[in-house]
Ligand binder design. Structure first.
Ligand SMILES: O=C[C@H](O)COP(=O)(O)O
Length: 254
């Protein structure tokens, strides 16, 4: 059942554009968020201001956080600071944060550090996973996803932190911002694979699965009734409020 819509604004809006958007759309957005969980992820410089401008039932998410608790990490933002300004969710592992990083295993390890720091600060992590076009063509999508999950989940298992909800956003990298989407059957099979694999490691977990990558008004109908799917992570389609609203309403209509 579709219950979550995450709007990831990336670096698409300037500070003033962000503020204007919030002031203009706050009322309608608040009404929408009475029906579904809406999570707005603005860029860092505006996140605290957005938190004060939007209605309290609208969740605010960060687009990333530091893998370190505090210290000499120029340009990074800590989970502690995010908590202090009232952030509820944080994306981690988004493919756009991994561009030009070659040692992906170290990177995945740092994603698990981010995960623990977020949980410690009562912020829900949204873990992004996904394969490249090349990996898809080589037919190794499932292996890649399993590896990405292993690097995070295996570490989670070893820790004593009790978690009861895991949010995974499956975002095929080839689908992000390209207008291409997987066929519904392909997506369904991939999501079933992800779910089975996670359940085989963490059996008593509540798993929330999101899809992200070129969701728009033309293709939302194909995906909205997919039983395994709990929500969408939207980039371009979340920038214009009226478009975003139409997608949310279409997704929850019969
Ligand atoms: O975080 C959002 C995703 O990267 C999807 O972006 P997109 O909807 O622009 O393809």
């Amino acid at each position: 059942m579709i219950k979550i819509f995450v709007a990831n604004w990336k670096m698409q809006k300037s500070y003033s554009q962000t503020i204007k958007w919030c002031i203009k759309n706050n009322k309608e957005l608040a009404e929408l968020s009475h029906r579904k969980n809406i999570i707005i992820c603005p860029s860092f410089e505006s996140i605290a201001k957005v938190q004060t401008l939007l209605n309290k039932n609208i969740n605010i998410g960060a687009q990333d956080c530091s893998a370190f608790e505090k210290g000499a990490y120029t340009g990074q933002v800590s989970a502690i600071s995010l908590r202090e300004i009232g952030i509820n969710y944080c994306l981690i592992g988004h493919s756009e944060t991994k561009i030009n990083i070659t040692n992906t295993d170290n990177l995945n390890n740092s994603i698990s550090e981010k995960y623990f720091l977020l949980i410690k600060n009562n912020i829900k992590p949204i873990i992004c996973i996904g394969e490249t076009q090349e990996e898809r063509e080589k037919n190794i999508t499932y292996d890649i996803l399993k590896h990405q999950i292993d690097m995070i989940i295996n570490k989670i298992k070893k820790e004593e932190i009790k978690i009861n909800e895991l949010i995974i956003a499956y975002e095929p990298i080839w689908a992000i911002g390209t207008g291409k989407v997987p066929k519904p059957e392909e997506l369904n099979n991939t999501l079933i694979g992800i779910k089975k694999y996670i359940n085989s490691i963490l059996s008593d977990i509540e798993l929330t699965i999101l899809y992200g990558g070129s969701i728009n008004l033309d293709n939302i109908e194909e995906f909205k009734n997919m039983g395994i799917l709990n929500g969408f992570l939207l980039g371009n389609s979340s920038l214009d409020f009226q478009l975003f609203k139409k997608i949310v309403l279409l997704s929850i209509s019969a």
